[in-house]
Design a protein around this ligand. Structure first.
Ligand code: ADP
Length: 560
């Protein structure tokens, strides 16, 4: 429950107690005793009404219906005060004072029986109006209702000071009914209740925040009010005892107020300065850390710039090297193709003179055979053999150089069909050697069909030729991964010593004599060139007497 809500309920309760006091003539509910005027029944009724009005406009139940009822109650309260003051000022008796309960004439401090005090009428008018305009706010955020409350609070406090200090003028004007102390206390409560109904608006906003000023005001206000009141009361008591006269009391009051103000201001300033110092310190630290941060950022930026420079330098250098590398690569390609061209032209052009050498050799042998002795015949045989070997080698070289110079476009081919054709070519040799070639689903690939035939033919015929004791069994297997097709030709032949696994792919390199195994030593070199032309490679996995596994790959993106 909020302060305002509690006060609204207390006000209602006080109002009810007043009416009960009047109804059952319970004196203590109307005044503390002899020498005090009684609280009037209309004031009790007004307390119930204004208390209810305040209860209904509490923020949590402030809907339109409650607001209207609250405003109606506030208006009635206003009229109770207004009609009574009219009676006072006009001298006309409206017969409203005793409408609830009668009072015997001549009650203490009462100008008219059961008529409420003059100051009570003012308080009711102000309370009624301020409740009525509770939520009225000007454009600049002022709440006029709150100023009315302050006025009412001042009247109530003035009356209470009058009671405390024994100054009757403050609670009773001559020829008017004096306010009851109960009423003055309740008005003070009501004042606070109305003020705290909207604690975050209007002038109350000043007190209700966590800003330094608000904290300061809350801390200063209550002690200074209470201390001033107590001080005044003490001085009045001293004078009443006859310790000093009024001018002295007032002088003393002035002096003590000055001292009090000084102490409060001093204490308060101390607190403020402390907070201010703290703020400055924090600000200073903040500035320092900001400076540090700036420095750090500067340093880091410099480091970054330096790094960037280095990086740039490195990139430039790398670019330079890349360029050189590119140049070298181009040079290499050019010299390679020149070399190929040269090999092709040389072997092609060598054919003619060689053919001439061997045909004239044959002519000599035919025409002059009876003129040659045994040695002569033997020499002729060597020369013819040499010339024919040279012819085979030149033919091999031509085939080798044609892999790149006369290669065909790549097309989609069925490797099963290619292998079938190869096996047909090798039919005789397969039969003679009782060989067996196994293969299954070799798949479709993009390649030069005649070169694929050639590579299979080379590897399979090698598998048959270099057979061991057993009949040759050759398995052809195909696999693929993301980048390439992989073909394996596996035999159960004599195998290859590990140290020659690179050498055998070189041109005219052989591991055996011609008498042992026929051949020229070009087949694997051609196979290597074919694989490379297809963006792949070829290698052997083998051991002596344990068969060989030749593996070659064909790239799926040969341009890369
Ligand atoms: P050629 O077969 O005409 O000699 P290749 O280039 O095909 O020429 O082979 C080079 C050498 O590699 C062969 O002489 C042989 O010594 C060895 N070689 C090739 N294939 C096999 C194989 N399947 N088993 C064992 N040795 C082989």
């Amino acid at each position: 429950m909020s302060i305002s809500e509690i006060i609204s309920l207390i006000t209602i309760l006080f109002g009810i107690l007043v009416l009960v006091g009047w109804a059952f003539n319970i004196k203590i509910l109307l005044s503390p005793g002899e020498g005090f005027s009684t609280i009037k029944s209309n004031v009790g009724l007004a307390f119930i009404l204004i208390g209810l009005s305040l209860y209904l406009i509490q923020n949590k139940r402030n809907n339109l219906r409650n607001k209207r009822i609250s405003q109606l109650l506030a208006l009635i309260t206003f009229f109770i005060g207004f009609l009574t003051i009219f009676e006072y000022l006009s001298g006309i008796d409206l017969f409203i004072d005793q409408i609830l309960f009668k009072e015997a004439p001549g009650a203490f401090l009462a100008s008219h029986p059961n008529r409420m005090a003059f100051s009570a009428t003012i308080c009711l008018i102000l309370a009624g109006l301020s409740a009525l305009f509770m939520d009225y706010e000007t454009k600049s955020g002022q709440m006029p209702g709150q100023y009315l409350m302050l006025l009412m609070g001042s009247v109530a406090i003035m009356a209470l000071i009058g009671f405390a200090y024994g100054v009757s003028y403050l609670y009773k004007l001559p020829s008017f009914t004096g306010i009851a102390i109960y009423a003055a206390i309740t008005f003070l409560f009501l004042f606070l209740g109305l003020l705290f109904a909207r604690p975050d608006k209007g002038l109350m906003r000043v007190f209700n925040s966590d800003l330094l000023g608000s904290k300061n005001a809350t801390r200063l206000l209550l002690p200074s009010i209470l201390l001033t009141l107590i001080l005044g009361w003490l001085l009045v008591q001293g004078r009443n005892f006859g310790l000093y006269r009024a001018p002295f009391a007032i002088s003393l009051f002035a002096l003590l107020t000055i001292i009090l103000t000084f102490i409060l201001t001093w204490e308060n300033t101390l607190q403020l300065n402390k907070t201010d110092l703290q703020i400055r310190k924090t600000q200073h630290e903040l500035e320092k850390s900001r400076d540090n941060l700036e420095l750090e950022v500067e340093k880091r930026t410099e480091e970054l710039l330096e790094l960037n420079k280095n990086l740039e330098r490195e990139i430039n250098e790398r670019k330079k090297y890349e360029k050189i590398l590119d140049q070298k690569l181009n040079e290499l390609k050019r010299s390679n193709s020149e070399l190929e061209q040269f090999a092709y032209i040389a072997s092609h052009d060598l054919q003619e003179p060689l053919r001439m050498v061997s045909s004239y050799l044959q002519l000599i042998e035919r025409r002059y055979s009876d003129k040659l002795d045994e040695d002569g015949h033997e020499f002729m045989e060597f020369a013819v053999d040499g010339a024919s070997r040279m012819q085979t080698m030149i033919n091999d070289l031509l085939i080798y150089s044609r892999v790149t110079t006369r290669g065909k476009e790549f097309e989609l081919i069925d490797m099963d069909q290619i292998l079938e054709k190869v096996l047909k070519n090798l039919e005789v040799s397969i039969k003679e050697n009782n060989a067996q070639v196994n293969y299954k689903n070799l798949g479709k690939i993009k390649a030069d069909p005649s070169q694929m035939s050639q590579i299979f033919q080379n590897l399979i015929s090698n598998g048959i030729r270099f057979k061991g004791d057993k009949d040759p069994v050759i398995n052809v297997i195909s696999e693929e991964n993301e980048d390439e097709w992989i073909f394996t030709v596996e035999d159960n032949g004599i195998g290859i010593d590990h140290q020659y696994s690179e050498k055998i792919f070189e041109v005219f390199k052989r591991l055996h004599g011609k008498d042992q195994y026929p051949g020229t030593g070009i087949g694997l070199a051609i196979s290597k060139k074919i694989a490379e032309r297809h963006g792949g490679r070829i290698w052997v996995e083998s051991e002596l007497d344990k068969g060989s596994k030749f593996i070659f790959t064909i790239s799926k993106n040969p341009e890369d």
